[in-house]
Structures are given as structure tokens and as C-alpha cells.
Ligand binder design. Sequence first.
Ligand code: SF4
Length: 125
Amino acid sequence: MDAIKLRPHHLLCIRGFKGKGYSESFVENFREVMRRLEQNPAIEIVDGGDEICKACPHFKNEKCLKSENSEDKVRELDGMVISKLKLSIGMKMSYQEVSNLVEKIPKSELPEICGRCEWIEYCTK
Ligand code: SF4
């Protein structure tokens, strides 16, 4: 099975995913990624757009165009997660290893990392 390519901050999003998203096709693709993750495949940490972004209505020309400066903001968020979890781009880990790392971040720290993400309430419950 090919490694599932995920950008760093989506490692937090997959923990908090509650079936919400930017469009029906976005949610369906996210569910498909989650189904694949249940088989504990390798995850490859990538720079920029990933397998979740590819179905996002805000992903255009390989950039996050959700709002003004969103490309810069999501890259900043990716950088924070890289540093928090001591990751590097190109690194491969099993989903279980990723989950173990992410579980070490208390939900109370998420607002500091994720800022004003509109989905934060689902992740901090
Ligand atoms: S909002 Fe931006 S970072 Fe999030 S999935 Fe869409 S394109 Fe990717």
C-alpha cells in the first residue's frame, strides 16, 4: 500500500475529524482517508497540499486559497506541528506511531497551535 501523504497540521485534523468539512466531496474524501488509515498504513509527511487538500474547494493551483494569506497561515501551522512533534518533511511513520505522537498533545494546547481554525470546537471536545 502506498504511503498516505499528509501535511503536518492534518495530523491534528485527523484526530479531531467529526465528519464536518468544506463540501460533500471534501468530507467523503476525508472519510476515505480515514478508512485507509484504519489499516495502519505508512504516512509520509509532505510539504504543502496533500491527500486531504486535493478534494478541498479552497485548494487551487497547489495552494490553499481559503482566505487572504491562508497559504502562509497553513504553512505556519504546518511548521508549528513539525516543531511540536519533531517531524521532518519526507519522514514516514505508521499511522499508529503518528497517533501516539499526536495523543501527547493535550487538547487544551490546541487553541494555541490551531489559532482561529473554524473546526477547533470539534477538536477540543
Ligand atoms: S483549507 Fe487549505 S489547508 Fe485546509 S484542506 Fe483546504 S486547502 Fe488544505
